[in-house]
Ligand binder design. Structure first.
Ligand code: PEP
Ligand code: MG
Length: 582
């Protein structure tokens, strides 16, 4: 198929972020603040009537949305929209806009945006948490009213992008959080690296993705056909008939490989000589449980709880969190679920978190939680309450040292005791773990292993902090090299500390779900790997077709390898032999 636009074929190289090949029309996502022109109008009363109509239409849209959410999810999630409806009925806001139109003689769009922005800023500065949270409601609703006034469609990726290849400068986790029933064919982004959150999200959606494509947004146009090769990181705009034909073999080879590994997806987690390992799923939405179980995950090794916050774009109540966790545990039917406490910050921003110069090193994850009992305690209550329904573990993200872990555990135990007084107890004792993803935690892993019931190694962040390479920055993506000897040595140090203290250690960063890395990690003594559901089949296949001695020999060869290039070659050769790629 040739694009119907007669534009020439253009090839751009990026970073392969999620496997598979897809082809389809481009959906270029241009983002930016809506620019509202300021115009003098002949009749202010006409503008005020336009405001009333826009408010009425927005009310209908939100009520529909509310009913939809109540049907598909539940009443408590739907109640967010009640708050939105209240904003539309706020007499003070409507009065202020009308007065501004009459006073200035300017168009309603401009006056409405001015007044709304003023309200948002006032609420953002409130001391009271509840009132501060109202800022994001106002931002959301007033944005919708503005869309009505301007006759624009809000750019929400999910709907419009169905059966398209989404091309964007970058996709924030909140963009991708709402994509589950979006039917997107593939993603390409100009920014980002293999472990940026948009890439992780693409893998969890099980669609091909390429990130870090320099010059993408300048090259791509609506109407272009895009071929996305998530295996090699190549994207081809408007491929010629010959290119498409040439790809058929590759697509067939991918399908064959997929079929081969899927035939063994339900077999036990045992190496060819019978040594046990355990593969779990990384998810962040109850809807993903279906995939996790479909790929035979033995449980959830990482539940990214911040995704709920990002989906709602607001701080959820204890009740809303409880409902989500309970749904996951019920679907897991007795399999363990590991909840990671809130990991907001870095590139996972909520609208009302202040901007920071270095967000990845800033106010995020457990640092935020320890300072915000109003956020941390309701989350812990929700987790512990849901643990009455099945086995649960809890881990704290971004632990940098022993004191921080002790403090988090202390708060957890306080909340647990408080709930016990209310007669609420977990079905089984909740084990508390530390994520090891900061070099300082790796350095004191010996002491942390005394405090923690288990370690879960977050290699995505660990590599970024160890090598001082931003995991989402396309310009330094080549330096983000997990094969660096420093990474291998640090991982060994963490694993040894856990083994010496007899605590479990798992890897939940993207390396755990990489068929190149899984054999090495198991060879180094890791028993549990947690990954995007779609990665489970291939990793299980590679490990099941390996003998323990082969895995230890691979680990020994890597440990004594001279450099990153040699390590990479060892890993590639091992996986290729198991997957019979050569
Ligand atoms: C990690 O850092 O490896 C990890 C699993 O956490 P996240 O990717 O959510 O930061
Ligand atoms: Mg992390």
């Amino acid at each position: 198929m040739k694009a119907g636009n007669n534009r020439p074929e253009v090839r751009l190289q990026g970073i392969a972020a999620a496997p598979g090949v897809a082809r389809g029309p481009a959906y270029p996502l241009m983002r930016g603040m809506t620019i509202v022109a300021c115009e003098r109008v002949p009749d202010p009363e006409v503008e005020i009537r336009r405001l009333e109509v826009a408010l009425g239409t927005t009310r209908v849209v939100i009520s529909k949305l509310r009913d939809d959410v109540a049907r598909k999810l539940n009443e408590s999630e739907a109640s967010i929209f009640d708050a939105h409806l209240l904003v539309l009925e706020d007499v003070a806001l409507i009065d202020d806009v009308s007065k501004e139109i009459r006073r200035s003689g300017f168009n309603v769009e401009f006056c409405f945006q001015e007044v709304a922005q003023r309200y948002i800023e006032i609420f953002e500065k409130m001391d009271d948490d509840f009132l501060r949270e109202r800022a994001s409601d106002i931002r959301d609703v007033t944005g919708r009213v503005l869309d009505q006034l301007l006759g624009t469609e809000p750019e929400r990726v999910g709907r419009a992008a169905q059966s398209h290849v989404v091309a964007a400068k970058d996709l924030t986790p909140s963009d991708t959080a709402g994509l589950h029933d979006g039917g997107v064919l593939a993603f390409v982004t100009e920014e980002g690296g293999r472990t940026s959150h948009s890439a992780i999200m693409a893998r969890s959606l099980d669609v091909p993705a390429v990130v870090g494509v320099k010059g993408l947004m300048e090259a791509v146009q609506e109407g272009d056909i895009v071929l996305v090769d998530g295996e090699s990181g190549l994207i081809i705009l408007n491929p010629t008939a010959e290119t498409v034909e040439g790809y058929r073999d590759k697509e067939q080879a991918i399908r064959n490989r997929r079929d081969r590994v899927m035939r063994e997806v339900a077999l036990p987690d045992l190496t060819s000589d019978g040594a046990a390992f355990e593969l779990l799923a990384n998810i962040g939405d109850p809807a993903e449980m279906e995939d996790a179980l479909g790929y035979c995950a033995r449980g959830v090794g990482l539940y990214r709880t911040e995704n709920l916050y990002l989906r709602l774009d607001s701080w959820p109540s204890e009740e809303v969190q409880y409902e989500e966790y309970a749904a996951v545990i019920q679907q897991a039917r007795g399999r363990p679920v590991t909840f990671r406490t809130l990991d907001l910050g870095g590139d996972k921003r909520l609208g009302d978190l202040a901007d920071e110069a270095n967000p990845f090193m800033g106010y995020r994850a457990v640092r935020l939680c320890l300072e915000r009992p109003d956020v941390f305690r309701p989350q812990l209550r929700a987790i512990i309450r849901s643990a009455a329904l099945g086995p649960v573990q809890v881990m704290f993200p971004m632990i940098s040292g022993v004191e921080e872990l002790r403090r988090a555990k202390e708060i957890f135990r306080e909340v647990e005791a408080e709930l016990a007084c209310e007669g609420i107890r977990p079905a089984a004792p909740i084990r508390l773990g530390a994520m090891i993803e900061i070099p300082s935690a790796a350095a004191v892993a010996d002491e942390l292993a005394i405090e923690a019931d288990f370690f879960s190694v977050g290699t995505n962040d660990l590599v970024q902090y160890l090598l001082a390479v931003d995991r989402g920055n396309q310009r330094v993506a080549a330096l983000y090299d997990p094969c660096h000897p420093a990474v291998i040595r640090t991982l060994m140090q963490i694993f040894r500390a856990a083994q010496r203290r007899g605590i479990a250690v798992s890897v939940c960063g993207e390396l755990g779900g990489d068929p190149l890395w899984a054999p090495l990690l198991v060879g180094l003594g890791v028993q549990e790997l947690s990954m995007a559901p779609a990665a489970l089949a291939e990793v299980r296949f590679v490990l099941r077709h390996s003998a323990s001695v082969e895995l230890s020999a691979l680990a020994a060869a890597v440990v004594s390898s001279a450099n990153a290039a040699q390590t990479r070659q060892l890993l590639q050769d091992f996986a290729a032999a198991k997957l019979k790629l050569r």
